[in-house]
Design a protein around this ligand. Structure first.
Ligand SMILES: Cc1ncc(COP(=O)(O)O)c(C=O)c1O
Length: 477
């Protein structure tokens, strides 16, 4: 018997303890601190140890209590970054996915999993108004953006055989950093990423895009694509997709829409996303605004044949022998990944359990919570809104005293204080060069009463900071 063997009885006993722990987190997450009381020294002390030579058996699980204690939990008052709240039915599905250990390469390796993933892709594409798009799940928005730009490159300046040469990709300065990373990785050179100015609402200026294209063409540049954002990471701005699609059509450019954060807003506010279905490729993160546990990105694309042209490189050992009807599909022919987790199980199960309408309701609440906070900030003389609230991200800052010069420093100190206080969690953004406090609502646990806590928490933190640093005065409304 293998030294790694686990009897059915032992598995049940471990699973029961595990479920007990997970259920404890689930039960207490509402009241939990938004940031754990821990430090780098404490986490090192808890977990840095030599690999055990002999197994600890059941006692190995004892340390999970520390893991939970030193984790930033998905509380209703977590508003940082763009991080979904971990829908619990999906979390349970993840356990089964790991036990089944399907390698979702191709139908023959994972018949149910492949079929379910293709179904989930169709469900999401349809819900976004992109019926007919194909696609696959991946680690997240960064991977999806990389794959999308690889397809764009292969469509306009094929590089798979002869290698890459510079080709221009347009985006606004508000685009996510994963785009610059993808351009660099694809060998196009970061200088090939041309930044188009934005309007007063942080949306790409279509006139400026047209001028940039005309200039670059006149200079003999090779053009590849435009990357539009459907929800920028800082403020949730949505580029004018319809107009940009028209520019792409007129200039034969690939249109990639980075909707990693915002595209799922189209489930409830389709009017904001006109033109989304004209994209050649679209990134959507289900671990953001569909509340799925990390990781769960999705790349949708219009042309599956082009995905195959970009990613297919099948060695003999992976070739299929006499597949039956419907059995010849292989994700590895259309994706960067070969070995792939059964990510679709969690999405499929949580959509089946709750239904699309429940997700729509949660997204609608997030949008309302952002408006609620926006209004509270406008109504608070000590705070100022730094950007329009387009989706569910709210950027603002503490005003400080009249004429105070170090507002960036002051707000950074306030953010540290807020996080240390542990009641709410905010992150930060840079808005026109200014340090902003940022709350982003992609959290199905948040209630209006949680949102009500944000302004008082910020003011409490501001007073604490100002009392510690006599130079930094509280504002006098
Ligand atoms: C607009 C946008 N694109 C891409 C990403 C990257 O997604 P991931 O962290 O899943 O790689 C993010 C992450 O916040 C994002 O907001």
């Amino acid at each position: 018997m293998s030294a790694l063997h686990l009897s059915a009885t032992e598995f049940r006993a471990l699973a029961a303890r595990m479920v007990q722990l997970a259920a404890g987190v689930h039960e207490h997450v509402e009241g939990a601190r938004a940031y754990p009381r821990t430090s780098g020294a404490q986490t090192r002390q808890a977990f840095e140890e030599p690999a055990p030579r002999e197994g600890l058996k059941g006692a190995a699980l004892d340390a999970l209590v520390d893991v939970i204690d030193m984790s930033r939990l998905p509380t209703p008052r977590f508003f940082g970054y763009v991080l979904g709240s971990g829908e619990p039915v999906a979390a349970l599905a993840d356990l089964l996915a790991s036990v089944l250990n399907q390698n979702v390469t191709a139908w023959r390796s994972a018949p149910a999993a492949v079929t379910i993933e293709r179904q989930v892709v169709r469900w999401i594409a349809d819900a976004l108004g992109c019926a007919g798009f194909a696609g696959s799940l991946c680690g997240g928005g960064s991977s999806a953006n990389l794959m999308a730009l690889a397809m764009a490159r292969e469509s306009r300046l094929p590089a798979n055989d002869a290698g890459a040469r510079p080709g221009i990709i347009y985006c606004s300065g508000e685009v996510h950093m994963s785009i610059a990373k993808a351009v660099a990785l694809l060998g196009l050179g970061r200088r090939s990423l041309h930044t188009v100015p934005v309007d007063g609402q942080a949306r790409m200026s279509v006139g400026a895009l047209q001028r940039a294209i005309a200039q670059d063409r006149a200079a003999g540049g090779d053009l590849i694509a435009v990357v539009a954002s459907a929800g920028t990471v800082s403020t949730g701005a949505i580029d004018p997709l319809e107009e940009i699609a028209e520019v792409c059509r007129a200039n034969d450019l690939w249109l990639h829409v980075d909707g990693a954060y915002g595209a799922l807003g189209a489930l409830v506010a389709a009017e904001k996303y006109r033109g989304l279905n004209r994209a050649d490729s679209l990134s959507v993160d289900l671990h953001k605004w569909l509340y799925q546990p990390v990781d769960c990105g999705l790349l949708l694309y219009r042309d599956a044949a082009l995905a195959a042209k970009t990613f297919s490189h099948t060695e003999d050992y992976a070739r299929m022998i006499d597949p039956g009807p419907g059995e010849d599909f292989a994700f590895f022919e259309e994706s960067l990944e070969l070995s792939r987790r059964f990510r679709a199980l969690k999405v499929w199960l949580s959509l089946r359990y709750h239904g699309l309408e429940a997700f729509r309701a949660a997204i609608r609440s997030d949008l309302e919570h952002a408006q609620q906070l926006g209004q509270a900030i406008v109504g608070c003389p000590e705070l100022e809104l730094l950007a329009p609230v387009e989706l569910s991200a709210v950027c603002f800052r503490y005003r400080g005293a009249d004429g105070q010069a170090d507002l960036d420093q002051l707000n950074a100190a306030i953010l540290r204080q807020i996080i240390g206080n542990g009641r709410i969690y905010l992150s930060n953004a840079s808005i026109a060069g200014a340090f902003a406090l940022r709350a982003c609502f992609v959290n199905h646990r948040t209630r209006a009463s949680d949102v009500e806590e944000i302004v008082p928490e910020v003011l409490k933190a501001a007073r604490a900071v100002c009392s510690r640093h006599p130079g930094a005065h509280t504002s006098t409304p």
